[in-house]
Write a protein that binds this ligand. Structure first.
Ligand code: C5P
Length: 223
C-alpha cells in the first residue's frame, strides 16, 4: 500500500509522515531529501545548475541511499553522509531550481518507484499527482504562511541556531512563498493538490491530531 503526503514547506509533512509510517509499520520516504541531495551534490561539484546536459551525465553516477535508525533517517550520497548539509540555507535556496529540471525528476522518480516495492509513506510535492497517481491514500497538507514560517524558524533554531539568527518571520515567509511559487509553477510535476486527496489544514492542529486524522482515513481505505 502506498500513502502519499504532499504539501508546501512548513506544514509538518516530515514529522507527520514519519509518525504515520511508524504507526503503520511502513517504510518512510522523504522525497524532498532526495532533491536536496542532488542539489548538494551539484553544488559540491561546481556544476552550473542550468546546464542540463552536464547534469544529466553527472546523474548517471549519482548514488543515493537512506538508513533508518529508529526515528532518525540518515541520508548518503555515495559514501558521504549528507543528513545535515542538505538542510543548509545554500541547498534550500537552490533546490527548487534543481528540482524543476526534467533529468533530475526522471532520475529520482526511478528511485522512488524502487522504494515503492514495499508499503511506503512518501512525502513530497508530486507524490499523489505525478509519481503515484494510483496511491490508495493521498493526503494534502496546508497551513497559514505565518504558522508555517514559525514552524520552520523553530526547526531551524533546534537544528542550526547559527543560521536561524539570519532569519526573522518576514524573511522566512518570503523564502517559503518564493519556494511555493517556483514549486507550483514549474511545468513538470508542479506542487498541486491531487483531485482525490484528503486535505488537512494543519494551522490549528497538533502533530498528533494530524497523524490521527490520517490514520483514521487510512483505516477506512484498508477496509
Ligand atoms: O520537503 P522539502 O522542503 O525538503 O523539499 C525541498 C524541495 O524539493 C522543494 O521545495 C521542492 O523544490 C523539491 N521537491 C520536489 N518534489 C518532491 C519533493 C521535493 O520538487 N516530491
Amino acid at each position: 500500500m502506498i500513502v502519499t503526503i504532499d504539501g508546501p514547506a512548513g506544514t509538518g509533512k516530515t514529522t507527520v509522515a514519519k509518525k504515520v509510517a511508524k504507526a503503520l509499520r511502513f517504510v518512510y520516504c522523504d522525497t524532498g531529501a532526495m532533491y536536496r541531495a542532488v542539489t548538494w551534490a551539484l553544488l559540491q561539484n561546481d556544476l552550473p545548475l542550468d546546464d542540463e546536459s552536464r547534469i544529466s551525465t553527472f546523474l548517471e553516477q549519482f548514488q543515493f541511499s537512506m538508513k533508518h535508525d529508529d526515528d532518525l533517517t540518515r541520508y548518503f550520497v555515495a559514501d558521504t553522509e549528507v543528513t545535515e548539509p542538505i538542510r543548509s540555507t545554500q541547498v534550500t535556496s537552490h533546490v527548487s531550481a534543481v528540482s524543476a529540471l526534467p533529468c533530475v525528476r526522471k532520475t529520482l522518480w526511478k528511485l522512488q518507484h524502487q522504494v515503492a516495492e514495499r508499503d511506503t509513506v512518501f512525502e513530497g510535492r508530486d507524490m499523489g499527482t505525478a509519481v503515484f497517481p494510483d496511491a490508495e491514500v493521498k493526503i494534502f497538507l496546508t497551513g497559514r504562511p505565518q504558522v508555517r514560517a514559525q514552524r520552520r524558524l523553530q526547526e531551524m533554531l533546534r537544528k542550526n541556531p547559527k543560521e536561524a539568527t539570519l532569519f526573522d518571520e518576514d524573511k522566512m515567509i518570503n523564502e517559503l512563498m518564493r519556494r511555493d511559487e517556483l514549486d507550483s509553477t514549474r511545468s513538470l510535476a508542479p506542487l498541486k493538490c491531487p483531485e482525490d486527496a484528503y486535505i488537512i489544514d494543519t494551522s490549528d492542529l497538533s502533530i498528533d491530531q494530524v497523524v490521527d486524522l490520517i490514520l483514521n482515513y487510512t483505516a477506512t481505505k484498508r477496509d
